[in-house]
Design a protein around this ligand. Structure first.
Ligand code: FES
Length: 173
């Protein structure tokens, strides 16, 4: 598989999504969510945001504040797999930082980037923190590709990611 291009989605695709929501005025979140889902790198490129703003008659600053306010919008290319470590209070007091440090060490990163996430250079995995996911009784909690893992230890999380990588290598051969 060749490298995936970092670029905006085709305008026709964006138009199609926007038109699909035409009857609803409070639809910008849904439009952005759908566009992010359509992008092969699961993010909203700047050009895409600018074009949506233009089509919806919004100022660029308005659309950027929407995209930055909600943590589920990504403004940078994401890895094919995702690990999220809950950083809510319950998880924080039960070792979320250790989980985060452990998983970063597993992928060879010293720390996250300024936006609190880290994506491996080959874009295999993105690691990030997430606000409380509502499973505090199971703290500390991490999500691997959306699956919630409760009362997880650093070792278990690292092993889960290692197994995922092994499985993928195996499937490729
Ligand atoms: S604080 Fe982590 S699930 Fe609530």
């Amino acid at each position: 598989m060749g490298p995936v291009q970092e670029k905006s989605l085709p305008r026709e695709k964006i138009d199609e999504v926007i038109e699909g929501f035409n009857r609803n005025t409070g639809d910008v979140l849904s439009i952005l969510e759908q566009l992010q889902g359509l992008h092969p790198l699961k993010y909203l490129p700047r050009d895409t945001l600018m074009y949506v703003a233009e089509r919806k008659g919004m100022a660029p600053s308005q659309i950027f504040s929407v995209a930055t306010f909600y943590s589920f919008f990504n403004l940078r290319p994401q890895g094919r797999h995702g690990v999220m470590v809950c950083s809510g209070t319950a998880c924080h007091t039960r070792g979320a930082k250790q989980l985060m440090d452990g998983i970063l060490a597993e992928v060879g990163a010293a720390k996250t980037d300024a936006d609190g996430s880290f994506t491996t250079p080959d874009r295999w995995l993105t690691v990030r923190t997430v606000a409380c996911v509502g499973q505090c009784a199971m703290a500390p909690v991490a999500l691997v590709d959306g699956e919630i893992l409760g009362r997880i230890s650093e070792m278990h999380l690292r092993r889960t990611v290692r197994d995922l990588l092994e499985k993928e290598k195996h499937d490729e051969n």
